[in-house]
Write a protein that binds this ligand. Structure first.
Ligand code: NAD
Length: 475
């Protein structure tokens, strides 16, 4: 790993940090301590936020959208040129299969392209107020945005916060997750090379309780755009209250995958394993609660189990790998403790760590767990699926919605009326019918209930990075 990546990126260059305290990071595939990252201090955050505020006032907010568009398109091009290198860094750092890492870097570039263009299509209104005269609305940037990102999809989540925020004229202080700092730092470097003025995008690495908290509490951050656990989201919401800061929170999930007997069963059953085991289950949208209609349950289970057994678990850098290790020893042990909390009678497959080096957990299937079981109710964030059968649509929907979460859902049916009816009744921000796809650059993404507040992606995200101003002209 490039030595620079153990530093921070502030005011257009790598910076060793005011205190320069370091933390060693472990390779999740080899279990060896391999890299260092800087634990950004409150002083580093202060330096970064003040630098970003200066960059905002000194010109970024007033730069024409056309010029911002040009820089962001150039950044997208540089990301594409560096795709292999960025994918290699991400894959090695967090154990992500290299083919997934390549897709995620390409997605990041696409997000910059989208917002580079979208910002010129995001404009205000002319309102016929009853008093007469001329009334118009303007969308104006907020100022300094603090972006806090998790380790499971570091690059795309970073891009879907940074790109709309910058396009709208804000400056960003980005805090990647402690365990996945490297592609965020690379983004800072590439943005500078694309012509982004110093200070417009700052990257401060470090942990949540010190570095993250200092960013949330800094008096000059106007908005916190957070993706992570519901527990930390709750804390950030409380901390943001003092400064009446804008927040957007993308939080946890326990997403349902509903399979009706009238669907294309082969397609539903063979695609469902990767909808939960993809990214080793460390996915907020993982379809971890399957509801299958009783009359097709046997056929569904046969295909699901066969497909799961054929999945390729192995080295993150191997092109054929579909499932890599979990991010850390702690994560692996927590996932295993969830599985051990469940009766062995319900365990159909997996349930243990793999017999090899690396923080692997075998794809695990739990059948007919109790409705009150921890594995059924809580977000496990590992390669574990719980499958229950149902007979009655209304009763099933009650069980689907009996969750504090509401991020995403899949519905498999060929009955158009049922598809629409159930889509409306499921309490989640994102629904896929005859698909497991939750994220589209051009469409809003976010959760109901304790899965979050606000929306990332699409034109709706730009609303969250702007203030709406009303101006009245008496004529
Ligand atoms: P986490 O909440 O522990 O950490 C997320 C980020 O917040 C990290 O950068 C962390 O350093 C920072 N943080 C932690 N405590 C903080 C504090 N007190 N103040 C400020 N920042 C703080 O989550 P994680 O373990 O990195 O990621 C897993 C979680 O993220 C899961 O719950 C998953 O569902 C969720 N997630 C949600 C989405 C979504 O879009 N809804 C996407 C990916 C992950």
């Amino acid at each position: 790993m490039d030595k620079n990546l153990s530093q921070l990126f502030i005011n257009g260059d790598y910076y060793k940090g005011t205190e320069g305290a370091k933390r060693v990071l472990v390779n999740p595939y080899t279990e060896a301590p391999e890299w260092e990252t800087t634990l950004g201090s409150a002083e580093d955050i202060d330096l970064a936020v003040k630098g970003a505020q200066n960059a905002f006032v000194d010109g970024w907010r007033d730069m024409t959208p056309g010029k911002r568009t040009e820089i962001l398109f150039k950044l997208a091009r540089l990301i594409r040129e560096q795709l292999e290198e960025l994918a290699r860094i991400e894959s090695t750092n967090i154990g992500k299969p290299i083919s997934d890492a390549r897709d995620e870097i390409a997605l990041g570039a696409r997000i910059f392209e989208y917002y580079a263009g979208a910002i010129t299509l995001f404009y205000g209104e002319t309102i016929p107020v009853s008093k007469g005269g001329l009334d118009i609305t303007l969308r104006q940037p907020l100022g300094v945005v603090g972006a806090i990102v998790p380790w499971n999809f570091p690059f795309p989540i970073t891009c879907w916060k940074v790109a709309p925020a910058l396009a709208a004229g804000n400056c960003v202080v980005l805090k990647p997750a402690l365990l996945s700092p490297f592609t965020a730092l690379k983004l800072g470097e590439l943005a500078a090379a694309a012509g982004l003025p110093p200070g417009v995008l700052q990257v401060v690495t470090g942990g949540g309780s010190e570095t993250g908290s200092a960013l949330v509490n800094h008096p000059l951050t106007r908005k916190i755009s957070f993706t992570g656990s519901t527990q930390v989201g709750r804390q950030i919401m409380r901390q943001a209250a003092d400064g009446i800061k804008r927040i957007s929170l993308e939080l946890g999930g326990k997403s349902p995958n509903i399979v009706f007997a009238d669907c294309n069963l082969e397609e539903a059953a063979s695609s469902s394993p990767m909808a939960v085991y993809g990214n080793a289950g460390q996915d907020c949208c993982a379809r971890s609660r399957v509801f299958v209609e009783e009359k097709v349950a046997d056929q569904f289970m046969e295909i699901f189990l066969e497909k799961t057994k054929s999945l390729n678990m192995g080295a993150p850098g191997a092109p054929s790998t579909q499932i890599g290790p979990l991010i850390s020893r702690e994560r692996r042990d927590e996932v295993l403790s969830y599985i051990q909390s469940e009766s062995a009678d319900h365990l159909l497959l997996g349930g243990k760590s793999a017999d090899r080096k690396g923080f692997f957990v075998e794809p695990t299937v739990i059948f007919q767990p109790d409705l009150n079981a921890r594995v059924w109710k809580e977000e496990i964030f590992g390669p574990v699926v719980c499958i229950r059968t149902f007979k009655d649509e209304d009763l099933m929907l009650k069980e689907v919605n009996d969750s504090p979460y509401g991020l995403s859902a899949s519905i498999w049916t060929n009955d158009i009326k049922r598809a629409f009816r159930v889509s409306r009744k499921v309490e989640s921000g994102v629904v896929s019918v005859n698909s497991h796809s939750s994220v589209h650059v051009e469409a809003p993404f976010g959760g109901f209930k304790q899965s979050g507040i606000g929306r990332d992606l699409g034109l709706h995200a730009l609303e969250g990075y702007t203030e709406l101003k009303n101006i009245y002209f008496g004529l």
